[in-house]
Design a protein around this ligand. Structure first.
Ligand SMILES: *[C@@H]1O[C@H](CO)[C@@H](O)[C@H](O)[C@H]1NC(C)=O
Ligand SMILES: *[C@@H]1O[C@H](CO)[C@@H](O)[C@H](O)[C@H]1NC(C)=O
Ligand SMILES: *[C@@H]1O[C@H](CO)[C@@H](O)[C@H](O)[C@H]1NC(C)=O
Ligand SMILES: *[C@@H]1O[C@H](CO)[C@@H](O)[C@H](O)[C@H]1NC(C)=O
Length: 447
């Protein structure tokens, strides 16, 4: 009897010990670790150093990296890294991946695509594309100048964005319209026009405005901080001046410098990829430009009509129209006292439109479906799928209040265009509200 009991007891202990042993072995050796052959030399875990910056220098080169996106629209390619590369020193590069916490055992070669519009500048927007190795759940990517990953110690990793789980979920997109504003720089402080334009976008149905910020004036800074807290504006730091000598012009032979217009072409492309998985349409225009429907009350009904008429179109070109700021509407109806102390242009006071000189090149801005864009220039998309459509002037055009382009024209030679006034009833109180929020509204105005 006793012996039988003792035997049972021993057997029970042995069972428990075995169970604990198996448990330990299973827990201490995760599946993925066992599946990957042990490499010699390089560290087994990653990422160690993730870049939180919008501009990351690529070690051992003159190039700058901006961001990495999953993009499987081209066969055999998975990743698109957007960067700013020095044209005269582009060398072969290799992608290294971080696969669910572990370094990929091999690098993959890259395809390097320099954008064609460099305007003579030494640096140009460049896409580096590569494949994810098999059996890798890639979370981060880095670039190497040599194909072997053995000497990697301090790799800087870019997180891979747009890792969508579900494609074709058009109806679940977070935004209908995103406006991409490239490159705020200098001490730009045109607060009134900025606030009016942002509020106008909102009335037209824009959900998000992405602004790349190198620097701005003090009042505009306050205004944008406020918009960004609210979530309507997404500020992306763009310290390009810490890395390069950015040009204020668009042509190297005229202005010199390292890169076209503070890197505008890079930010426009970055914004399209940033918006690809979350916005139905992207508007590519400057902050002093309003893409204005003339037959519809908002952008959604405009696009509803255009898409129905042109179902295969992914790029819509909108013609730019200049409203010179030197000509004022005579009644002074919208010269409002509460805006007297606010720096900047009051767009409601400028209602005279220049007729474009169609004998010379006349630029467009664009509404695009981001998923049909490969890469873009300022006035046209260079690589895209689907068709392109020039939207008729009576349907939509850009209201652009600025210095006259054809300065010699008198008011009589301009077209009166009061389209903005159709929105004044909502626009004025909305502008007042946001200016009051940042304490810029003059006290006499209690509208
Ligand atoms: C890694 O970077 C740190 C600082 O960023 C530096 O101190 C260290 O020497 C580097 N290690 C190697 C092996 O390059
Ligand atoms: C960067 O370059 C330096 C010097 O060439 C080297 O010591 C360091 O390990 C490199 N770091 C990375 C992240 O490759
Ligand atoms: C986008 O537009 C559709 C149709 O007008 C609307 O039902 C939907 O709520 C809008 N989505 C957003 C995020 O505004
Ligand atoms: C824009 O960038 C400048 C320079 O880094 C910074 O001082 C300012 O606060 C930024 N403004 C906003 C609204 O992000």
């Amino acid at each position: 009897m006793d012996k039988a009991k003792e035997f049972k007891w021993k057997f029970f202990l042995l069972f428990i010990a075995t169970f604990i042993f198996i448990l330990c072995v299973t827990v201490r050796t995760p599946r993925t670790y066992r599946a990957i052959p042990k490499p010699h030399g390089p560290p087994k875990t990653c990422p160690l150093q993730i870049s939180e910056r919008t501009i990351t220098p690529l070690n051992n080169t003159k190039h700058l990296l901006v961001s990495a996106y999953m993009d499987q629209r081209e066969k055999g390619l998975d990743i698109r890294i957007i960067g700013i590369f020095k044209r005269d020193s582009i060398q072969p590069l290799y992608c290294l991946f971080c696969c669910a916490g572990h370094l990929s055992s091999k690098t993959t070669p890259t395809t390097i695509i320099q954008h064609s519009d460099n305007f003579g500048f030494p640096f140009v927007t460049t896409d580096v594309m590569c494949q994810i190795p098999p059996n890798c759940i890639a979370t981060h990517v880095g670039l190497l100048t040599q194909p072997d990953s053995v000497k990697v110690f301090n790799q800087t990793w870019l997180p891979i964005r747009n890792q969508k789980t579900n494609e074709k979920e058009e109806n679940k997109l977070q935004f209908n319209f995103t406006v991409c504003i490239s490159n705020l720089f200098g001490d730009y402080n045109n607060v009134l026009q900025f606030a009016q334009t942002l509020e106008m976008y909102r009335l037209l149905g824009v959900d998000r405005v992405v602004i790349y910020n190198t620097s701005c004036g003090p009042d505009l800074d306050r205004l944008l901080q406020s918009y960004s807290q609210e979530g309507f504006v997404e500020m992306v730091p763009w310290p390009i001046d810490h890395h390069l000598n950015p040009s204020r012009g668009w042509l190297f032979s005229q202005s010199g410098g390292d890169v076209h217009y503070f890197g505008q072409l890079t930010t426009l492309n970055e914004c399209i990829y940033r918006s690809m998985d979350r916005s139905r349409y992207v508007l590519l225009n400057d902050i002093d430009e309003i893409i204005m429907p003339y037959q519809h009350n908002n952008l959604m009904s405009l696009m509803g009509m255009l898409q129905q008429q042109h179902p295969n179109t992914g790029v819509y070109l909108i013609e730019n129209h200049i409203f010179p700021k030197k000509h004022f509407e005579p009644s002074g109806r919208f010269h409002l006292p509460q805006w007297n102390g606010v720096p900047g242009i009051n767009i409601l006071e400028h209602i005279y439109r220049e007729e474009p000189n169609r004998n010379i090149y006349h630029p467009h801005k664009m509404i695009v479906q981001p998923r049909s864009v490969g890469w873009t220039s300022v006035h046209e998309v260079v690589k895209y799928s689907g068709e392109r459509f020039k939207v008729p002037l009576d349907v939509c055009r850009i209201i652009h209040v600025r210095v006259a382009l054809q300065g010699s024209l008198t008011v009589e030679q301009l077209h009166e265009d009061k389209r903005l006034w159709d929105f004044q009833e909502k626009l004025i109180p909305n502008v007042d509200k946001v200016l009051r929020r940042v304490a810029l509204l003059s006290s006499e105005g209690h509208s």
